[in-house]
Design a protein around this ligand. Sequence first.
Ligand SMILES: Cc1cc2nc3c(=O)[nH]c(=O)nc-3n(C[C@H](O)[C@H](O)[C@H](O)COP(=O)(O)OP(=O)(O)OC[C@H]3O[C@@H](n4cnc5c(N)ncnc54)[C@H](O)[C@@H]3O)c2cc1C
Length: 408
Amino acid sequence: MNSIVIVGGGHAAAQLCAGLAEAGQAARVHLVCEEACEPYHRPPLSKTFLKSADQATQPHRPPNWFQDSGIHLHLGDPVVAIDRAAHTVSLRSGAVLPWEKLVLATGSRARRLPALGDAPLDNVITLRAADEAQRLRERLAQAGHVTVLGGGFIGLEVACTALALGKKVRVIEVAPRLLGRAVSPALSKHVLQTHRAAGMEIDLGAAVGGFELEDGRLAALEVNGQRQPVDLLLLGIGGVPETALAQASGLECADGIVVDAHMQTSDPAVLAVGDCTRFPDRRAGRALRLESVQNANDQARTAVATLTGAAREHDAIAWFWSDQGSLRLQMAGLMPAEGTPGLASVRRPGPNDSAFSLLHYVDGKLVCVESVNAPVDHMMSRKLLEAGRNPPPEQAADPAVPLKSLLA
Ligand SMILES: Cc1cc2nc3c(=O)[nH]c(=O)nc-3n(C[C@H](O)[C@H](O)[C@H](O)COP(=O)(O)OP(=O)(O)OC[C@H]3O[C@@H](n4cnc5c(N)ncnc54)[C@H](O)[C@@H]3O)c2cc1C
């Protein structure tokens, strides 16, 4: 029993399979996923997938790649229990799989609102998986008005897609600014102005309550004391790491499965990767939880190194993108909290009026670059951050100085 069992079939799991196959280990691998389909890309689910019924999900690998590589697939059959002493997992079907190494890649699930109860509501949708995206697409086709609760990445992407489909769209955010947990105030402001100019209604600092449930639907909610009828509501209020299995088996969890720099959990025979982890980020100097494709892929690469006897410490630059209407947002590095001592920022104009980058420094050290419609600057920023370069702010802000030249 020298098998590696991977629990989950998302981005991190697909990358793990690719890495293990490349290392000649595919025959040891069992991929167990709750979803009944092979791994697919999630980012299009809030973007292109919603636009037309012709759009299919985009698989990570060509058809039959997993089977042809020798990987054992167990789809539509979630793991319901881990026995760490016996080194086995139990599946819902009753099957029991032995493992030498176990990797948890269970991702995150959409946060729900206790006020809406546990029963599903016909016109309230959360978006994490393809079946929810399919439902959202069907409901969008019938809806005239779309309410989005939460001005985070997924909420705003869906809001932009709905706007492009000709729907009336209202975004309700309880925080004082959009994308408040992830981007700078200056970028939040630009996003707000752009979306409002495109016709999106946006409430910031909103007091939300008074949920009126009627016949299995959300009929209305109260925003700032005003009753708002609801046609279709997307609940985009963030994600919760999927840690139930890890917790039940006694692994250390703290808003995420706690892993070390080799992606090992508190039990070295069990690894965890992707959205479900809390990991030590060397650059930030603290433990973090990230929800991004980059993080899932890079952590999976670190886990492959651990599993194949080539262990190295995880060290990756965080980067993320979000497509919102006319805005292509690309972030490299982590945005320090507002009010961080020594935080200073410069604006670098882009190749046209709708493009620019914001470079953020802490005590003269470049820590984060936010780019809007400036993909070349984003790519170069990642390289600057990777190389640990701290270009002088006045040069970085000068569009006549290519960022590439500052790498030298
Ligand atoms: C709509 C949407 C848009 C996004 N857009 C972007 C974007 O533009 N850019 C970006 O960087 N990131 C984006 N993300 C985030 C990105 O998709 C995630 O960070 C990434 O999918 C995380 O990969 P993962 O493998 O950790 O988890 P996931 O991809 O979520 O996969 C987890 C898998 O584990 C399975 N699972 C859970 N529990 C069990 C169990 N007990 N047994 C078996 N299987 C189980 C789940 O069913 C799921 O298939 C988006 C996410 C969503 C939902």
